[in-house]
Design a protein around this ligand. Sequence first.
Ligand SMILES: *[C@@H]1O[C@H](CO)[C@@H](O)[C@H](O)[C@H]1NC(C)=O
Length: 410
Amino acid sequence: MMTGRRQGVFMRNDGQLLCRSQIAVAIAVGTLLGYVFAFLFPHGPIQGLGITKANFLVGISCSRNAVPQSYISMSELTHEKLRLAEQGKVHAEKQVVPVLGHEQHKAGPFEFGTVIADEESVNPRLAKILAKVAVRKELIVVLANSKVKDMLEVWFNSIKKVGIPNYLVVALDDETANFCKSKDVPVYKGDPDESIDTIARTGGNRAVSGLKFFILREFLQLGYSVLLSDVDIVYLQNPFDHLYRDSDVESMSDGHNNMTAYGFNDVFHDPAMGWAPTVDTMRIWVYNSGFFYIRPTIPSIELLDRVAARLSRLPSSWDQTVFNEELFFPSHPGHEGLHASKRTMDLYLFMNSKVLFKTVRKDANLRKLKPVVIHVNFHPDKLQRMKAIVEFYVSGRQDALKPFPDGSDW
Ligand SMILES: *[C@@H]1O[C@H](CO)[C@@H](O)[C@H](O)[C@H]1NC(C)=O
């Protein structure tokens, strides 16, 4: 059983080795060509020809560990390679994961090991829907059950108003599926799965929130990038016009200013140390697991699997905490870190409700900004605040946000 994983590890190392040698060759070729061109054109038309060492480098294909992720979207060819690599990877993952001598099964009822040569065997029904709904292989995805019907309506109305075509509701019960159909909203109802279904139909906020890590995998396996959205979000512009697409995961922040959202040095004081009383520490407010853009890469799928596995083992954990720990904690003894790249979204364009109600609505300049989305994540009176946000930003009613306290009253 352990060999499967081992193979996976070796494959990855081989990939990296191969990649390094490929890069070395490319640098050598690039450098050589640089000399040739410098000889032929001593006054430097090389730039004019658009030929630089960097250009040569762009032609190499290798394991994602060594290249910026933007690389992978460059052509269908590399995409295909990724798919193949993923199969190898996932086959390996299907086996037992040895962690320092402990055999640790990929836990729980959600075993996503089976992979999957072509779209037909992943999920033909979903593949068909995605082919119809997605634009440039991207789409917004929300999970909803009938408990959040009113919010869902504000959610898709705001999306329709902006004119975003590529969005999909994953209905967790029939009532929601029928509601979406009646409103001409693209909807997908997964095949009945007992383990997921109970949570899906009866789960509260947090339980349902964790489900996305189980459900999204197929979307990624089919090669789609997903902008995962909670239902308590109002859309004011098309988010796909504001993504960078340079990372495995691009996420909204729970931070409330530049420092907290983008990271800062929090100096720790230990006066007893005399000569060396301080230690620099790094802090960043967590990513919001209710709004993130995830690209169909191996690290992304690995992230979903890790979070799903941990949530299966300990269902009471908060998916957002697990999501952040997996994204940010480095490798250390007993733990192999996730090699995923990440980007924090602009906190005024992808705005959380703390930023809106504590800062933006009171600041004459910030009030004039038009956010892309606003997520009512910090407040319990979600529906009322969502409606007020629409009033303020869409209908232009200047006092629409006034009645609400900064935080909640309880
Ligand atoms: C926050 O960061 C943005 C982007 O780097 C910058 O334009 C802005 O001036 C910063 N705001 C403050 C208050 O430092």
